[in-house]
Design a protein around this ligand. Structure first.
Ligand SMILES: [Zn+2]
Length: 210
């Protein structure tokens, strides 16, 4: 049986979120213990809580929301590569001599995966524009990070988000790749079919190739 790695953060009220984003909360509407027929909750949270994708509409003036995107972006061969860089922008040189060899999805594993779900740090790494251009040349259609953004925490003009959008490359943010060996996998990380919003949580898993 091929091994399956769950590379998602656990969504709970204690999960750390981007400063100012609405954290996850679940309000109890009906309660078995009070004699209701079912337990029923109402959820409230930013779509950028936990492991998620950004829809193009998050940063671009285009009506492209999670429900508008083809699911096959988020399903298929993916390469996991560890990058030792601690801070700043990841360059093509940081990836070393990796050969993507036609693998259209790249997941970058950094120190940020060692953070617990409760920890949040602003000094995460993010892709340089140079790296994004290089990935586009390699035919990459999805870039996944364990960092909470594809731009620096302090970035105002968001060059990473815009460059990915320019090339039509999808992103995943807040992956948790702790314990996942570098290599080739099948990625399954489908967004919810949400219309009209800026992103969606995903349940991201990596399946070992047989
Ligand atoms: Zn996001």
């Amino acid at each position: 049986m091929p091994r399956i790695y769950d590379v998602s953060r656990t969504i709970s009220p204690t999960l750390a979120v981007w400063p100012g984003d609405e954290p996850f909360s679940a309000e109890r509407q009906l309660d078995l213990a009070r004699g209701d027929r079912v337990n029923l909750t109402r959820l409230s949270f930013s779509p950028h809580v936990g492991t998620h994708m950004d829809a193009p509409w998050h940063t671009e003036p285009v009506e492209r929301h999670p429900a508008d995107l083809p699911v096959d972006i988020y399903l298929g061969p993916a390469r996991v590569v560890s990058v030792p860089r601690r801070a700043g922008a990841i360059t093509p040189a940081d990836l070393g001599e990796i050969a993507l060899a036609g693998v259209p999805r790249l997941l970058i594993h950094t120190w940020y995966s060692d953070q617990t779900d409760e920890q949040w740090s602003p000094d995460f790494v993010y892709p340089s524009v140079e790296l994004i251009d290089w990935l586009a040349e390699q035919g990459v259609i999805l870039l996944g990070l364990d960092s909470p953004s594809v731009d620096a925490f302090t970035s105002a003009d968001l060059p990473g988000h815009h460059r990915l959008a320019h090339h039509g490359i999808a992103n995943l943010e807040n992956l948790c790749l702790k314990g996942v060996p570098d290599g080739l996998y099948e990625l399954i990380a489908l967004p919810l079919k949400l219309a009209g919003v800026c992103g969606s949580p995903v349940r991201a898993v990596l399946r070992e190739l047989a």
